[in-house]
Design a protein around this ligand. Structure first.
Ligand SMILES: Cc1ncc(COP(=O)(O)O)c(C=O)c1O
Length: 420
């Protein structure tokens, strides 16, 4: 069997020519992150997650800086996802109330508001983290939630959802099948779907989800400024349906316009629906033709989010797909950091961009990609650790037991600290 390359790349030169993206203007208008952050700040226990500088690693692989926004402890839920789900639930409730008043999260528990709303049930399909965020948000407000997962979802991830008060339904199929089933059942039972992906006629709520994630990037910018920095020069963002990446790229395109950083999407090679859409090349989103068999559970999505795709097609300078061993490398490099660099406990989906940037910088064969992106010793790269070890057994399989080993031909041993 042929060993897959660590990095397969497809450029999107079109992005550099776009001076105005209608999708960015629509979903990420100026001020949106102030609005979402003002909402998140008043959630009890909200705090800014750390931005970790891997200065030694950056030097080792030929970059100026690597900054990792570490979402491992976001509201004690283990991933960034709750930022989108909570904001979308809040916006949905304001819309149901039909009031322009901007009630806070806790105001929604007031009896007169509850009487007006009646009993609501929120529903979502998930590969783990989004469902956990929806269950948590619904529980904070005293509402029910029903979360659909696919049959390969790990027990640890299911338990994390039920611990937050949700009813969990396991679907025989993939994440995309779970999405289809929740749509059908929500219609039957009158539930409110809070989805992190969109379809025709259902776009407002997934747009709120993407907007909710911008809080994370607004925090990054504030943290950079407080460190005397201005902006990253490059952003690598992992993608399942593409909402997180669209949020990052939409935020930075809206903030900096044509002066924005170079931006790259990273996906598992077995679930690369955005990469595949670029390959098809007609400017539209396309379903991935494979079986979504990857350890990166949070990224195992076959259908792109169409509204996220519109942003990415305009703003992503390139798309990368990687085999599982790239994520495994990122998990190990984060967990066993160089002396002086902070450790990062990253789950499979959280770690893949760290693994990808290492292969990209260290292997001679990727000089053409580095040149295309202008990646060199002056580059300041932003990554997001989007989850902690949300599947602890698999984390130990990889990090303790050396699972998903790096093929010998792609191992690099350079030590600039000794050599220099
Ligand atoms: C840990 C983690 N990282 C990244 C993503 C990707 O987000 P999106 O599906 O919006 O591309 C997910 C999605 O569930 C996730 O759980």
């Amino acid at each position: 069997m042929k060993i897959p390359e660590p990095i397969t790349w497809i450029p999107n030169p079109r992005a550099a020519t776009i001076s105005h993206s209608p999708a960015v203007a629509k979903y990420f208008p100026a001020g949106i992150s102030t609005r979402t952050r003002n909402f998140h700040i008043q959630i009890p226990d909200y705090h800014v997650t750390p931005l970790k500088s891997l200065n030694r690693l950056a030097y080792m692989i030929g970059l100026d800086k690597i900054w990792v926004k570490d979402e491992a402890d976001r509201l004690s839920l283990g991933s960034f996802k709750v930022l989108g789900g909570s904001y979308a639930i809040h916006q949905t409730i304001l819309k149901l109330l039909g009031t322009p008043a901007d009630f806070s999260f806790s105001d929604l528990n007031q009896p007169e508001i509850r009487n007006k709303l009646g009993q609501l049930t929120f529903a979502a399909a998930t590969d783990g983290n989004h469902g956990r965020g929806i269950a948590w948000s619904a529980k904070q407000l005293g509402f029910k939630s029903v979360i659909y997962v696919h049959k390969h979802t790990s027990q640890a991830r299911i338990d994390a959802i039920t611990r937050n008060g949700a009813e969990v339904k396991v679907i025989d199929g993939t994440y995309d099948d779970a999405v289809r089933q929740v749509i059908e059942d929500a219609q039957k039972f009158g539930w409110q779907i809070i989805s992190d992906t969109s379809w025709e006629g259902y776009e407002e709520i997934p747009a709120w989800v993407m907007q909710g994630y911008t809080t994370l990037f607004a925090e990054v910018q504030q943290q950079l400024v407080s460190m005397g920095e201005f902006s990253p020069t490059h952003i690598f963002m992992q993608a399942g349906v593409g909402s997180l990446a669209a949020s990052a790229f939409g935020y930075y395109a809206s903030l900096f316009g044509p002066e924005r950083p170079k931006m790259v999407v990273v996906e598992p090679d077995q679930a690369a629906c955005l990469f595949h859409s670029m390959e098809v090349g007609d400017g539209k989103p396309h379903s991935f033709p494979g079986n979504l068999d990857t350890i990166m559970a949070g990224l195992a999505c076959g259908d792109p989010n169409p509204i996220a795709w519109d942003v990415l097609y305009d703003c992503a300078d390139g798309f990368i797909k990687c085999p599982d061993y790239v994520a495994a490398k990122g998990m190990r490099v984060g967990g066993v950091s160089l002396e002086g660099d902070p450790p990062i406990v990253a789950g499979e989906s959280g770690a893949v961009t760290l693994g990808a940037i290492m292969f990209l910088m260290e292997l001679d064969r990727y000089q053409n990609i580095r040149d295309a992106l202008g990646l060199d010793k002056n580059s300041r790269v932003l990554l997001v650790n989007s989850e902690r070890n949300t599947d602890p057994d698999d984390y130990r399989r990889v990090v303790w037991d050396g699972g998903d080993r790096i093929p010998p031909e792609y191992r690099v041993y350079k030590n600039p600290f000794l050599d220099g």
